[in-house]
Design a binder for this molecule. Sequence first.
Ligand code: 13P
Ligand code: SF4
Length: 329
Amino acid sequence: MEFNQEAKKATDQIYQKISKVVPEIEWSIHAPYIHKINKLKKEKNAVILAHNYQTPEIYHGIADFSADSLALAVEASKTSADIIVMAGVHFMAETAKLMSPNKKVLLPDMKAGCSLSSSITGKDVRLLKEKYPGVPVVSYVNTSADVKAETDVCCTSANAVKIVKSLGVKEVIFLPDDYLAKYVASQTDIKIISWKGICIVHDQFNEKEINIIRKNNPGIKIIAHPECPPDVIKASDFAGSTSGMIDYVKKNQPKKVMMVTECSMSDNIQVENPNVEFIRPCNMCPHMKKITLPKILDCLENETGEIIMDKETINKARLSVEKMVAIGR
Ligand code: 13P
Ligand code: SF4
């Protein structure tokens, strides 16, 4: 696609904003797509919801709303657009469909999955319920709609502890993230029955690496996502959802920070926090990175990648997400 004067004029302001994190040579490739997508989404009354792990050209260039998975679910229920394009992974698009079943929800790459979501099926949850009759099931939002349909209440990393406590019970089945389950257990007296799912991105961090970085960078703040192994969280100064981590940096303006999470987070918020130095050993999510500008344009133009689910699954699964949204952050 040609980087002509029209595309340059329409996208210059965006580039001024993100020039520190996107090289000029790359911009000539991104800009024509950004211009075309921004025009097309207006023509089609479409909204682009982007997760915080999307690359800066998506996050700052075309997203109408960027957030953590809890806020994306809430936004999907409120939008007046006819089409929702989810710049994120499959479970996020499914969740948007659950919250807005009458809208067309599109995912630019159907293979954008999640290691947590693929670690468990609805059948697995039914077997767990047979094994632990009467014990409520709390599922991380990083699950398929089939799993959500077997779930009492969903949670995200932003509200997992609050949701589990809200049930007022002594024992909870919490799935599928074993590390998040351990984190919740560390914050409550409730017995947690967990599942052996892990996030392939956060599982790669280790305590030794964190300690070396702290030693080499006196005064650094280290903030981690709760999907990290427990010893990593313990060695960090703060743990929170992706938006919780962003808020921490905005509010505290640390001189130096390491975000123990997916790589795009530091790039995306560097833009609005120019005085913060980001130390970047980070890991890339191969699923999030499947979403690109050309794929977003293609799915918006041809309305491909539509999320289709049967009514029964939608109705059952939606209840667990709605209960979560009602409890809030
Ligand atoms: P958040 O809910 O914190 O945005 O996390 C979603 C996710 O997939 C993190 O790996
Ligand atoms: Fe799933 Fe981990 Fe990727 Fe988040 S970062 S989408 S939890 S694989």
